[in-house]
Unconditional design. Sequence first.
Lengths: 410, 616
Amino acid sequence: MASVLPTGEPAPADGSLPPEALRGLGSRPFGVYVHVPFCATRCGYCDFNTYTPGELGSAASPASWLDGLRAELGLAARVLGQAPPADTVFVGGGTPSLLGAGGLADVLDAVRDAFGLAGGAEVTTEANPESTSPEFFAGIRAAGYTRVSLGMQSAAPHVLATLDRRHTPGRPVAAAGEARAAGFEHVNLDLIYGTPGETDDDLRASLDAALNAGVDHVSAYSLIVEDGTALARRVARGELPAPDDDVLADRYEIIDTTLTAAGLTWYEVSNWAASPGARCRHNLGYWLGADWWGAGPGAHSHVGGVRWWNLKHPARYAATLAEGRSPAAAREVLSADDRRLERVLLELRLADGLPVEVLDAGGRREARTAAAEGLLDPVALGSTNGAPGRCVLTARGRLLADAVVRRLVG
Amino acid sequence: MSSFADTTFTSPERIRNFCIIAHIDHGKSTLADRMLQLTGVLDERSYRDQYLDRMDIERERGITIKAQNVRLPWQVGGTDHVLHLIDTPGHVDFTYEVSRSLAACEGAILLVDAAQGIEAQTLANLYLAMEHDLHIIPVLNKIDLPAAEPDRYAAELAHIIGCDPGDVLRVSAKTGMGVRELLDEVVRQVPPPQGDADAPARALIFDSVYDTYRGVVTYIRVFDGKITPRQKIRMMSTGATHELLEVGIISPDPKPCSGLGVGEVGYLITGVKDVRQSKVGDTITLEKGGATEPLGGYRDPRPMVYAGLYPVDGSDYPVLREALDKLRLNDAALNYEPETSAALGFGFRCGFLGLLHLEITRDRLEREYGLDLISTAPNVVYRVVMEDGTEQVVTNPSDWPTGKIAEVHEPVVRTTIIAPSEFVGAIMELCQSRRGQLGGMDYLSESRVELRYTLPLAEIIFDFFDALKSRTRGYASLDYEEAGSQTANLVKVDILLQGEPVDAFSAIVHRDQAYAYGTKMATKLRELIPRQQFEVPIQAAIGSRVIARETIRAMRKDVLAKCYGGDITRKRKLLEKQKEGKKRMKMVGRVEVPQEAFVAALSTDETGDKGKSAKK
Ligand SMILES: Nc1nc2c(ncn2[C@@H]2O[C@H](COP(=O)(O)OP(=O)(O)OP(=O)(O)O)[C@@H](O)[C@H]2O)c(=O)[nH]1
Ligand SMILES: C[S@@+](CC[C@H](N)C(=O)[O-])C[C@H]1O[C@@H](n2cnc3c(N)ncnc32)[C@H](O)[C@@H]1O
Ligand code: SF4
Ligand SMILES: [Mg+2]
């Protein structure tokens, strides 16, 4: 939910989709994303579409947001017609845990009302460690959630301070324990590495803490200094050094080695899981071109080659829905070239890799060169027993993934 | 406004032809403004400062680039006179504009800033005027300034010209004080033109300008006979004939007239489209009953420095060619021919009068034609003699011969530096470090000296002027003129990326400077070229001998490792932008070099001549 929305073509007021987009709906995985645009305070590095109570004033509230959400999900069900039940649900933010277990139960009920849940559906919510408790986890577990993603970021107090995080260093690990005790088999911890002031040892300590928490999934993101954030201003003023690419590369290697040794293997550039079943199916849908409806302010959706995104401000979002109109701000209908580009861009990030046949002749040539340079796995690239080859990044290649993509798409 | 000066065929004894010459910024164009106003040819409504600086680039930089003439009425003692005034540029690059103006005049106002005194171009222009046997009127300007020291500089000026300090006039071009008297003195002192009204017509072309609407406008000074519209004229150098469509005067804007007689200055239009068909220095006569002896002309301005100009976007090459063709219509000093660079693609090797000329040309190409250009480091022209006796003229370092070289000749210039005497030591040190040879030294007054050095042109075109200024707290002024060539121990330094020479970075330098150049470029490039997926060695080499080396470490991270959720569009747009950026990269072997790196590496960070900033 980046702070700046892309520019696209106007989206129809009734939210309708071209018939081609609806064709094949249900034959691909179908997910629902719900965006919760509320946080207690704004972290200095964050440019997600989220608002503090002070920023919102009386313009919007969780209650008006929930009304809007229900309206949007109803509209979604109408637009999609024979909407398939949701295979995955992901409630993200912002800070979904601010809604409390009851609020999150209401959200999931709204999704159920609109689409129903497929058997064995994966239902995730993000949560900030400081707004969770054993009761919270028990509540959402009972409501039907199956997976929790906690924003840990770091175990080092000075790193948490630089990131403006509100939780104490031990809280994320404790929360993960509480979640597991409440019956959550799938728990993720988000880490941020490369924060100014973080040392290799700080990072190692964070990894150890995360592993000790016994989670089956870790996401590790390199700190991005986003334009317009407080962090960007501090860097510009020279108060903080910008993260250094070589340091970020070193840290990534530490993370990959440590997690791999502990039995968590990478399945996407920034994601590691203890088993194939521990991978986040919802996020895999983003990378594999699945269909999903993103509901809530600023949420992005994709159905059958059409991408659209909602109005960002919760007040405008709610007001537009209250008038019976679609909250979509704009959309784009992907061309065949766009789709091919996106496949390369997204699937190359996965451990399962990109099927070579997606590439044109030039791209395949580049793939062989990249393999010779140690960026792609040469074994995976060769076709074995008639199965077509795949482009799978090596450890070094993962760190240069964007450069490899640019080469493969010419 | 109409006046008696609007009617031509004025009798020669009522005509005075003069120019204003001075060091840069001493107030020539401002003085011309006052003269335009006092003589009444310019009303208040049309007035603007430096009225005769008509080009945008002149107005922006506040300097004169092209000489401009104007016809003025002036009464002395109840008698009408016609004055032809030519305002000239002061910058050394445009000295040829001054010399051709001088040939159209009998007198010159030598203007000196009363707060600065004599400067290098004051002397250079004075000597030029003396060579043309012009009557010189010494004038101190800016006497309104609190810092003015008219007595001191009147003495200095008198000493140089060999007149009495009391003969030096004092004016303020800003307030107009003394300008009326100066105009009277022009009438009194400048000799009237002499010529034979009955002889076959002879007129000297002293300027030739391309105008989009009117074609080539040719400025002439009639010496003998007369020129009238609808005649056929002949260019004496080529024999080409043209129909005269219009003859006119400038007062202060073009006005058609019934013709021009002996001593008169004006313009003519024939319908030719290229200034080269109406060459400065040529003599015009009539087709029927024309003259046989041309007037003395001038030498074509010769390019002193060369640089390659390349469009940043290769597809702009045709636009660049067309733009150069158009600029040349108006700038006989500009020359160019196509060249190719392995690193920069298709472009042109262009010859310029100096760095300011280069900079202005480039500026105009970019602004008037919407181009984005890279210019290679400027270099001078070398003559290389091989051991087998063959010779080669090198205007581009990439053409430096590879065989056994017997000797290399480089152009040298006679340089005049004027500065307060306390800086003599510092100046000598600088000139020595630039391989200069002291030719002489004179005291203009107790506290100011004139130093004469012979220096390799290559040593002064870059940062010499800035170095000079910083060593003299801005008090030194510099002028130079061509003075033949000398042999020198010069070598070509190549810059290699991953073993591939980058032709655009090759330079001819003195052997003693090779190491410094090599290290400077290698360090600069290490900063400018982004890291690649592999390590890139940067080497500086003379032939196969490496003299400096730097390494760009391999890039290790190029991946967006952040949670961007379902916003795939943003990620794709980012990739598309990166792909666009890649198109603006020039490939050197496998190394991607951004255009900006070329621009930055080739920009002479310590450039010498930046128009206004370099004036003194
Ligand atoms: N105070 C003062 N300033 C003057 C006077 N004459 C000219 N100036 C200023 O000196 C500066 C240069 O004047 P110009 O008339 O452009 O000088 P120039 O000799 O034509 O310069 P170039 O053509 O570039 O060689 C301008 O800022 C003028 O305003 C004067 O009499 N008094
Ligand atoms: C949707 S966000 C917010 C979830 C939740 N509110 C939290 O902060 O824990 C999910 C994750 O993105 C990561 N993230 C947010 N901003 C980032 C940035 N500027 N650079 C790198 N990672 C970032 C953090 O690890 C965060 O946990
Ligand atoms: S809590 Fe999460 S979403 Fe909220 S401001 Fe911080 S990082 Fe952003
Ligand atoms: Mg001027």
